[in-house]
Design a protein around this ligand. Structure first.
Ligand SMILES: Nc1ncnc2c1ncn2[C@@H]1O[C@H](COP(=O)(O)OP(=O)(O)O)[C@@H](O)[C@H]1O
Ligand SMILES: [Mg+2]
Length: 373
């Protein structure tokens, strides 16, 4: 059963449509991540859910109840803000206790919850301090603890970890997910960082210009992006995009440009039929470019590309190799390998085998994916 239903939610600020007909449902225990570039409407969406910003159009339902006209404090929402607003004159303990106290919780319950939350976020040594005696990261964890102690029906997080250093951020991600699993309440988490979204979300909604471009499990967005924007936004290093023309020769389909001629799998001919002779964008994830000797498929003259190695970047899983095409229009592209490529390959020309069964194709005008994967 959906616990939160949002339909055609819209926010107009004078000329600016900050949120444009956004719709989604949130399961009872779901952790949804809204991700997208700065200015795409993430904060405004959260603020409308919390009741801090009136909607210009559309409906917000908590269960069966339409809450558009319900005041923020009567929506029973806990929100963690990006700028970790904490009360400067209150101790850490009193800051965390604030929401419980204002709702009339007993002293014993407050003590139990505050101590537990402070422990989870490792600020239990700091309960007597005032916010000015804390680092930015510690203040952020006070703000997280304050939301976590609440019995809210909906938890909202607006980029709560952007002020933490990398290590604390990883830890805090795990803490938030662990606490979410404990609380089992619907949550909406906002970030501009796609890797954070992929690490945390049950489902991810990718936003751009006030709209949801695609919503789904992280793996689905990665494997089946609905359009160029999602394809490029999700995954790091980003997907490679080649401008190609679809050509037919002896019943075989080829993707062709001045530096590339590859034969396409038979299964996708139907989908590409109307694009024969026309330009399309072919997308290949860096992990789908292989060293020919290690490719998990038969390598032929029709699934290779050559490139000059510009940079080899070691990673925890192998390396990322940044290359440029040699023939035709120069273009940069990336391959990720599960082994380290020795530095002797720098500035050398190497062949790459393309896993074309994994290729994506997009209409260059609309940006829409041509394949249903
Ligand atoms: N109070 C406001 N008045 C006018 N424009 C606003 C206001 N709040 C946000 N905006 C605009 O709405 C758009 C979305 O903003 P926001 O929701 O804060 O984006 P995000 O959180 O994704 O960075 C931006 O273009 C922003 O400038
Ligand atoms: Mg924001």
């Amino acid at each position: 059963m959906a616990s939160i239903t949002v339909t055609n939610l819209t926010k107009q600020f004078a000329e600016k449509t900050a949120v444009n007909a956004v719709s989604f449902e949130l399961g009872e225990h779901e952790f949804l991540v809204l991700v997208g570039p700065s200015g795409c409407g993430k904060t405004t969406t959260l603020r409308m859910l919390a009741g801090l910003e009136p909607a210009s159009g559309g409906d917000i339902y908590f269960g069966e109840r339409r809450v558009n006209d319900i005041r923020p404090r009567d929506r029973n929402v806990a929100m963690v803000f990006q700028d970790y607003a904490v009360f400067p004159h209150l101790t850490v303990y009193d800051n965390i206790a604030y929401g419980l106290r204002s709702r009339g919780a007993s002293r014993a319950l407050i003590h139990e919850r505050v101590t537990a939350a402070a422990k989870t976020f490792r600020i239990d040594q700091l309960l007597k301090r005032k916010p000015r005696q804390l680092s930015g990261g510690e203040r952020q964890r006070v703000a997280l603890s304050r939301a976590m102690v609440r019995d809210a029906d909906l938890f909202l997080y607006d980029e709560p970890l952007s002020n933490l250093d990398a290590q604390l951020r990883h830890q805090a991600r795990e803490d938030i997910v662990a606490l979410h699993n404990q609380k089992q309440k619907p949550s909406v988490y906002v970030t501009h960082d796609q890797s954070e979204a992929m690490a945390m979300g049950d489902r991810i909604a990718v936003m751009r210009d006030g709209k949801i471009e695609q919503i789904g499990a992280g793996g689905d967005l990665y494997k089946s992006p609905a359009n160029l924007f999602v394809a490029y936004f999700i995954g790091t290093p980003s997907i490679n995009l080649f401008d190609v023309t679809i050509e037919v020769e002896a019943d075989e389909f080829y993707a062709v440009n001045p530096g590339l001629r590859v034969r396409l799998p038979a299964e996708i001919r139907d989908a590409l039929q109307t694009y024969v002779g026309a330009p399309v964008k072919m997308g290949l994830r860096p992990e789908d470019l292989h060293s020919p000797k290690l490719a998990p498929f038969a390598v032929t003259e029709f699934n290779q590309i050559r490139g000059i190695v510009n940079v080899i970047e070691p990673s925890s899983t192998g390396c990322a190799v940044y290359l440029s095409t040699i023939e035709g229009v120069p273009q940069d592209f990336t391959a990720t390998f599960r082994t380290r490529l020795p530095a002797t390959y720098l500035e050398k020309e190497i062949p790459l085998a393309l896993h074309l069964e994994k290729a994506h194709f997009f209409d260059p005008q609309s940006g829409l994916s041509l394949l249903k994967r």
